[in-house]
Design a protein around this ligand. Sequence first.
Ligand code: ACM
Length: 434
Amino acid sequence: FYGGVSLWQLLTGDAQRGATVELPALSVHDQPRYAWRGFMLDSARHFQSTDFVKRLIDAMALHKLNVLHWHLTDDQGWRIEIKKYPKLTEVGAWRVPPGPAAAADIDPATGKPRVYGGYYTQDEIRDVVRYAAQRHIEIVPEIDMPGHAQAAIAAYPELGTGEKPGVSVDWGVHTYLFNVEDSTFAFIENVLDEVVALFPGKYLHVGGDEAAKDRWQASPAVQARLRSLGLKDETALQGWFLERLETMLEKRQRKLIGWDEILESALPPEATVMSWRGTKGALEAARKGHDVVLSPAPQLYLNNLQSLADGELPARLDALVSLQNLYGFEPTPPELTADEARHVLGAQGNLWTEHMRTEAMIEYAVFPRMAALAEFDWSPVGARDWKRFVQRLPAQFERYRALGIGYADSAFRVQATADGTQGTLAAQGKEGQI
Ligand code: ACM
């Protein structure tokens, strides 16, 4: 399959579309550096059509990526149909867009603010999974627990700690967590049964990130459970939650992967860690013998602004993730010994979609940064060369145009500054545009 992609690349290595191409007889000896060449799509904050997800899968395959991490549940939306719990999508897949203007946008049909959302039916998911498999891409679904659960709790308040929130209409870390009742674990078992039936891949992502403990601390029922288990605190309780998830996944022949917060409590050795709060989680995980995937913020967060050029589309402004800096990322932290480094499965670019309301905005954020990601996930260390990458980009842009993939050329837009105030987003007047 990848030989075919390489041949296509060779045949389209000239930026002149329609030019005659002659290739000498040649043989290609090549292999990927990493087994996990990933891209994460957040379909919870904003929703994308299955056609778009398939086009993204096509593009991933042409970049020789092989893992699509699909972030399907969050505070702002539950996007996967679960037959046993229809309200997850009847209620949990719909929200009012953020901001006062949207709240004032009354739908005459209902007399209420117009809602935004959508979800994937099980038939659609099966179709996308099959499409990905044909392109040698495994889809790793993420069901985020115990935090980022507000949409699920909006649908079934009995899963939470006594409140009845709506589906979130705002960004940031929220405090609605699944509770720790046996009935909630029964719910999770049932959800996982349906998820596992849809996704035949080895891994299932259980989230674990940003589970702010305020409501667990305030809930008498959660506190009673914590005490009866003899646990020290809420972090230990999340560890206990996670162990239950691990057991559930093992029973279903799946491997658990979660964000690096899962390292904060006792963690079964089989668990794989996704290092996102920088790379320190990767060091700790590999040293403790866990497999690890590098997807650190801000370096591999493709929702971050990519240049200071005028006309950039909405993006996160905490950090600039330029094409050149991204290209220079090294997935295996040099601090690891050779033995520890064997636990590094690879690296993954993450695309959180708070600021990506449209599919065009997603393409702009992703391409050509996906090409940079592909090089450090695939190529041997010594083969990386920024100048040569830049020389090859006009041909890559021509491929994007031929395939109808929107991309950003802002890395190459000339910028002139007159007074030496470049360098901070504030100085550029870009603060507050989030
Ligand atoms: C994350 O960015 N919350 C994993």
